[in-house]
Ligand binder design. Structure first.
Ligand SMILES: Cc1cc2nc3c(=O)[nH]c(=O)nc-3n(C[C@H](O)[C@H](O)[C@H](O)COP(=O)(O)OP(=O)(O)OC[C@H]3O[C@@H](n4cnc5c(N)ncnc54)[C@H](O)[C@@H]3O)c2cc1C
Length: 399
């Protein structure tokens, strides 16, 4: 319930990382919001997410430090490894990253992140979270937006000062309201699984549960890190190749994964054989979306879904949320100007980060001589130059 002196609410489509963070950031700035989420129950997929300092700083400033730190892990390092030998190409000490940027580098179960955000949202009187609310479209009526919503079978209208489309890669707000393009399949697939750490104890892989490891091999790469207070190991295996179904998320057949990693070393194949079940995700990207028009704007994957190969899609959603809340809370300008200012601040940065992810997609999957040259370059660069190369991403601050 909003306080009666509050300005009209901002309507937010979607209660993912982007939508929940935006609602919280708006509330902290004194702005009410109505969050409309199509899911009847909010539950996250059983997988992890890396929260680099550019994102964790914002979440900490929103008051989530204790809730997140209770289950997040701060691994000792990110180890970029040659998959053939397991040896480090470069080892990035994460305590140094946290000190350098003044915020932790967390890895966390998505369910734990969602629970922390949801608890904070539910404790905020300025946020009205409505589940089972599917946004069908919206009209910019000049002095307000009118959002067309299905609450189950019942159709209704929700009015607000602005509509923030945080409705993910398949965003209705982007396509139906702003006339943007559908997401495009990247030609890559990510396989995800989670294991209790006891299940990997017998494997002869150094530091599997204490660090984030990025294993570079032929036409594929693998990422592993501990989550849920170190009790679970998160595994992501990214492979090239067209997946004709092009569906977003489905149960994967482990024999397909086995074939993709057939020429990888035995210890890695043993690791990949451990999970009972895998989910596979076709990786889609959104580029060139209209970030804002009139009283409607996009944030998170709705605006710029990107390949996960710099682990920044969620972090960009958190940054977007902070920036759009700052602009929307500024009463000195009309709402369309505030959203246009948000768009011009975010378009360039998110495109540059998406570009870095696309570059990594190529570099990580090199083969033969080119892979050898990449490995030599990484070794030569060493941790300090490698860390400095990440400053523009991890060191970002919202003024
Ligand atoms: C394999 C993989 C690994 C990744 N690893 C990382 C990482 O380590 N670090 C990182 O920062 N990012 C990572 N990402 C990216 C990150 O997961 C996403 O960028 C992030 O989750 C996007 O959040 P979002 O809130 O924008 O969208 P979503 O999480 O998709 O949320 C959108 C919400 O909108 C709702 N919705 C959709 N349509 C409607 C509608 N019409 N009406 C109402 N509600 C609607 C949906 O139900 C959903 O709740 C990874 C992605 C993948 C695929």
């Amino acid at each position: 319930m909003s306080a009666s002196s509050d300005p009209p609410p901002v309507v937010i489509a979607g209660a993912g990382i982007a939508g929940l963070t935006a609602a919280l950031a708006l509330a902290r700035a004194g702005r009410p919001s109505i969050v409309l989420e199509r899911a009847v129950h909010l539950e996250e997929i059983g997988a992890g997410i890396q929260l680099s300092p550019n994102a964790s700083r914002i979440l900490v400033e929103l008051g989530l430090r204790d809730a997140l730190a209770a289950t997040a892990v701060e691994p000792a390092a990110i180890r970029i490894r040659d998959a053939r030998t397991g040896a480090d190409l470069v080892r990035l000490p994460l305590a140094e990253v946290a000190a350098r940027h003044g915020a932790p580098y967390w890895v966390i179960h998505r369910g734990d992140l969602q629970a922390a955000l949801l608890d904070a949202v539910r404790a905020e009187p300025r946020i009205d979270l409505r589940l089972g609310a599917y946004i069908e479209g919206a009209v910019d009526a000049g002095d307000r937006v009118e959002v067309d919503v299905f609450f189950g079978e019942r159709r209704g209208m929700v009015r607000g000062a602005a509509l923030v489309g945080a409705d993910g890669v398949w965003s209705k707000t982007r396509v139906a309201v702003l006339g943007g393009e559908p997401a495009r399949y990247s030609g890559r697939t990510a396989w995800r699984a989670v294991l209790p750490v006891e299940a990997v104890e017998g494997l002869r892989i150094e530091d599997l549960t204490g660090a984030t490891s990025l294993w570079l091999g032929r036409r594929a790469h693998l990422v592993t890190y501990p989550i849920r207070g170190g009790r679970l190991l998160n595994i992501i295996a990214a492979v090239d190749g067209d997946w004709v179904e092009q569906r977003w998320d489905t149960v994967g057949d482990p024999s397909d994964l086995k074939a993709a990693f057939a020429d990888w070393p035995g210890v890695i194949r043993d690791l990949l054989a451990k999970p009972q079940s895998w989910r596979k995700w076709a990786l889609f990207a959104v580029a060139g979306a209209p970030f804002a028009r009139g009283r409607v704007a996009l944030i998170g994957d709705a605006a710029h879904a990107m390949l996960p190969f710099v682990a920044q899609g969620g972090a960009m959603a958190v940054e977007d949320a902070a920036v759009i809340a700052r602009h929307l809370a500024d009463p000195s300008r009309p709402v369309p100007d505030r959203l246009a200012a948000y768009a011009s601040e975010r378009r360039g940065r998110t495109a540059k980060v998406a570009g870095a992810a696309a570059t990594n997609a190529r570099v990580y999957h090199l083969d033969g001589l080119a892979a050898g040259a990449r490995n030599a370059a990484m070794r030569l660069m060493g941790p300090s130059r490698m860390l400095a190369r990440m400053d523009w991403i991890w060191g970002w601050r919202d003024r």
